[in-house]
Write a protein that binds this ligand. Structure first.
Ligand code: FEO
Ligand code: CA
Ligand code: CA
Ligand code: CA
Length: 639
């Protein structure tokens, strides 16, 4: 998510000082390997092994075979020579529910009820779920938030219940069916799989915090069902066929109480006099935390959805902890337990790892319905000597005891930030996406943190080595043994930043094409580490980001460290979510909020001011959409 949310994250800043001393990232040495052979086998259930039909490709040719593209400010998606793109799933198109396919209106005049049957706004995490191999499948698309200036014909000029409902309907997740036919990808309309999950879709609450006193409300006295999921940012896919969609900046949907208590302040709720960005509370009382104090506790979870069953109920998995969840990436131990890596994208927040108690059983979702309800959540501590430790968030183990204010495990999970503070985990520079490469390195994008080292804020540390970190970095670690290890070794994969920057510590050490503010990370089946950027609209084109153009996607070779620019998006956008067909020949990438104004609210009188992508119509307005990328010769993406 972009700038103003990050600005608002100021209210989340902890006063707990960092335990880490200043250290020099240049001291980092390459860490010992030794996992490579084993990890290939470990990841096989996830499909990160060899590609069907191209098993020799990875070894026979360089990982990066395309000619990189230059930076750009064009109102277009730019890809390398020999590649072609098309657009699917733009905001407002029907998802394909039979008998209910309202068309998009370019004046944004569609109703809330219609929006609930159409593709949402601000596409983020993205997965392809195969129905027929690489020819037909589902796209599961997160919709992170909305631009009310674009969503309604007159923007915010008036405000009312219908607009709140429409905004809620544009959030959540879309499941659409796509197929490769007659030489291009098409949306299947109607589709029996098509579905919208919105900010008012009933979701079950499972795991140790289900039914907890902190989760009960007047509307849900049992504390087991919550309406909706929101601010769905990154997402993960499980080996048993489900998708994990993650609730990130939920706090900005709430009006705070008159005087927030310590728990509410730690999660960023501000006094009721502070303006609410989304103004939902004005017509939906549950977003008024003064009146519904437990409602915020019911957001900030990882939500498991079954993309194959449009009647299934999404489940908030509380065992994975509450956070401003960026994403949830699943690895598998040798004995088949699920390990879920999660970043919390806010300044000075944490990186988490959940290890399931039970093994993944054959039989898909039916055999693994409660797998994510039992296990141990950990938070990461990165030590200055290159070692690291996973600290368990387990009630009863000091300091997570009743004397410290944690009545039980449910309270530890609802208050995971406070628990992590007490455990003295490492406060990071906004952890975004996480993924695992073929050699077992786990990568996390740390997008930026302009407050690092500022007065009253945590100082630089070994893992977050730059004050006023405007350009971000990517950290990586390798577990000491299997993915469930409690210790690891870490280094920096890259410090991002333009080498031409004036400020020495904003230059970065990129081996290849300059970039800044890494956000999305995805390792494809060939082993390419794809890096997507989120330079905020207010900072783009200025200062340390002056020469980097629009947001973009780059490809990295994890073994050589080379980074090459593959795609540049239109102005004001962020490049998010990436996925591919199993054959590696079609890639899907999301373009989020093209044309976003620095204020994050478009002018409805002039919606095309910054971008008119993708429709380029005189009466259009910029729309988030999914971009399909192919090689013109049908080859593997990235070669
Ligand atoms: Fe939704 Fe942290 O990006
Ligand atoms: Ca964004
Ligand atoms: Ca971001
Ligand atoms: Ca993100």
């Amino acid at each position: 998510m972009a700038k103003d949310f990050a600005t608002m994250e100021d209210s989340n800043r902890s006063s707990n000082p960092s335990i880490h001393d200043v250290s020099d990232p240049a001291r980092r040495t390459v860490l010992r390997g030794g996992l490579g052979a084993a990890v290939g086998g470990l990841l096989a259930p996830l499909g990160v092994g060899t590609l069907a039909g191209c098993a020799t490709a990875a070894g026979a040719q360089p990982l990066l075979g395309f000619k990189g593209v230059p930076v750009s400010t064009a109102d277009a998606v730019t890809v390398p020579e020999g590649y072609v793109t098309q657009v699917v799933a733009a905001w407002g198109e029907p998802v394909g529910v039979a008998g209910a396919m309202p068309a998009f209106r370019f004046d944004a005049g569609h109703t809330a009820a219609e929006q609930a049957l159409q593709i949402g706004m601000h596409h983020d995490g993205l997965h392809y779920v195969a129905l027929d191999g690489s020819r037909r499948g589902l796209l599961v698309i997160n919709h992170e938030y909305v631009d009310d200036g674009l969503l309604h014909p007159d923007g915010l000029a008036t405000w009312g219940a219908e607009k709140v409902r429409k905004a809620q309907a544009a959030h959540g997740v879309s499941v659409i069916e796509v197929e490769w036919r007659d030489g291009r990808w098409r949306q299947v309309l109607p589709s029996r799989h098509a579905r919208r999950i919105t900010a008012f879709t009933p979701c079950a609450i499972a795991g140790p915090a289900a039914g907890h006193a902190l989760m009960r409300t007047a509307a849900d006295p049992a504390g087991t069902v919550v309406l909706g999921t929101l601010n769905n940012c990154a997402s993960g896919k499980t080996p048993w066929g489900t998708v994990l969609t993650c609730e990130e900046n939920f706090v900005f949907y709430f009006k705070g109480p008159e005087q927030p208590d310590a728990h509410e302040r730690r999660w960023g709720l501000r006094p009721s006099t502070a303006p609410s960005f989304f103004r939902w509370h004005e017509f939906d009382e549950r977003f008024d935390a003064g009146r519904r104090p437990n409602e915020p506790n019911r957001f900030g979870w990882v939500v498991e959805i079954d993309p194959l069953d449009p009647t299934s109920t999404p489940v908030k998995r509380t065992a994975l902890g509450r956070a401003a969840h960026e994403g949830a990436t699943v690895a598998v131990t040798k004995d088949a337990r699920a390990v879920v890596y999660m970043g919390e994208d806010a300044r000075f927040e944490y990186i988490y790892k959940f290890v399931s108690r039970d093994r993944i059983r054959p039989g898909g979702l039916g055999a693994n319905r409660e797998l994510l309800d039992h296990g141990t959540l950990h938070v990461a501590r990165f030590d200055a000597d290159g070692n690291g430790r996973w600290l368990p968030l387990v009630h009863g183990r000091r300091p997570l005891t009743a004397e410290q204010g944690f009545a039980d495990q449910g309270e530890v999970l609802v208050k995971a930030r406070q628990a992590s503070d007490l455990l003295r985990a490492t406060k990071m520079d906004r952890p975004e996406w996480i993924d695992v490469d073929r050699d077992g390195w786990v990568y996390c994008a740390l997008t930026n943190n302009s407050q690092r080292g500022a007065a009253g804020q945590p100082a630089v540390d070994a893992a977050n080595p730059r004050a006023n970190n405007t350009t971000g970095h990517i950290i990586r670690w390798k577990e000491d043994g299997d993915f469930d290890a409690v210790t690891f070794q870490w280094n920096h994969f890259v410090l991002a930043g333009d080498p031409a920057n004036e400020r020495a510590d904003a230059k970065g050490n990129v081996n290849g094409d300059a970039f800044a503010c890494p956000d999305g990370l995805w390792v494809d089946a060939r082993g390419v580490l794809w890096i997507q950027t989120d330079m905020s609209t207010s900072a783009m084109g200025r200062g340390d980001l002056a020469r980097l153009g629009n947001n973009q996607m780059l490809a990295a070779d994890p073994r050589t460290g080379e980074i090459r620019r593959f795609l540049v998006g239109p102005p004001g956008c962020e490049i998010t979510g990436a996925t591919a067909t199993p054959d590696g020949r079609t890639m899907f990438v999301n373009v989020q909020h093209p044309g976003e104004a620095p204020s994050e609210r478009s002018d409805p009188a002039n919606p095309r001011r910054h971008s008119n992508w993708p429709d380029l119509r005189p009466d259009g307005r910029p729309r988030s959409a999914t971009v399909v990328i192919r090689k013109a010769d049908g080859g593997l993406i990235g070669t």
